[in-house]
Design a binder for this molecule. Structure first.
Ligand code: MF3
Ligand code: CO
Ligand code: CO
Length: 275
């Protein structure tokens, strides 16, 4: 979500972060699993020449066939199931007539609603073999989210997550996008807290068992600045450098965290081949 956004939710306005009951984890597990399965389903279809709207239709039908709801469809006027963000598109790319070409890298982001619970996840896909620097950017992004997830512990703070991501990404001479952040979710799509992917340790909201949120760092090969295109959704890097993202929905537990959107087939990310 945009870092400046406020969710339309009473709990958000009072600054409260929902602490969910143990039974609510079951709801998030089901939603997260279906979202991950949707991304798994798309993998063999992300090939040179595929039309992005055809990927969107595949995802919509997959979700509706399973009696779930595509959360983005109709969300604040958005008309698609997926966000597909190739190359220098940072996030919220709108599927349409565009085809993916060999060498492109693309993030695909899906959110499903199952029994009222939201599962929100995204991954990178390589369209055929990709340039080594594109492969490296994707590897940095996956390591960044892994470090962010590892920092999401009961008793830690949101700033610990951001700090873990930022220090790693910048040590790899890449940059972290500032204008979009992770978010609380559950029965609400975008809720408190905001999860910034940069920051100082020991700052921000205290993490407690039962809190649900996404971590979804956007990492650029160049500078971190982005701009919004005139469609009101598509965010691109200002310097036109490549951008990558990965997103998981997680819950804080007594002992650590649970990743709701892990792929049941063990695909942490689809294989990306370096040219
Ligand atoms: N799934 C995106 C997120 O990670 C939100 C997309 S909103 C949409 O929060 F309307 F653009 F689909
Ligand atoms: Co999200
Ligand atoms: Co998402």
């Amino acid at each position: 979500m945009a870092a400046t956004d406020t969710a339309y939710d009473a709990d958000f306005r009072t600054g409260q972060i929902k602490v969910h009951a143990p039974a609510d984890f079951d709801g998030m597990r089901a939603a997260g699993k279906l979202a991950a399965e949707c991304l798994d389903m798309l993998t063999p279809h992300v090939v040179p020449g595929v039309v992005t709207d055809d990927l969107d239709r595949l995802a919509r039908e997959f979700i509706l066939d399973r009696r779930a709801i595509p959360a983005c469809l109709g969300y604040r006027g958005y008309t698609r199931t997926l966000c597909i963000s190739p190359n220098h598109i940072v996030c919220h790319g709108i599927p349409g007539e565009r085809t993916l070409r060999e060498g492109d890298i693309a993030n695909i982001d899906v959110t499903v609603i199952v029994d009222g619970w939201h599962g929100d996840t995204s991954r990178m896909y390589g369209v055929g073999p990709v340039a080594p620097r594109a492969k490296r950017l994707i590897d940095v992004t996956y390591e960044a989210i892994a470090r962010g997830i590892a920092a999401a512990q009961p008793g830690a703070r949101t700033g610990d997550i951001g700090h873990a991501i930022q220090t790693y990404v910048e040590s790899m001479r890449c940059s972290v996008v500032r204008d979009f952040c992770g978010h609380g979710l559950g029965k609400v799509f975008h809720d408190a807290p905001n999860i910034l992917h940069f920051g100082q340790p020991g700052t921000g909201d205290l993490l407690r068992p039962g809190m649900f949120f996404t971590i979804e760092p956007m990492v650029n090969l160049g500078k971190y600045q982005v701009k919004l295109l005139s469609d009101g959704w598509t965010a691109v890097t200002r310097d036109k450098s490549l951008s990558a993202q990965c997103e998981h929905s997680i819950g804080i537990t007594e002992t650590g965290n649970e990743v709701f959107t892990a792929s049941p087939t063990g695909q942490f990310k689809p294989p990306v081949i370096s040219a």
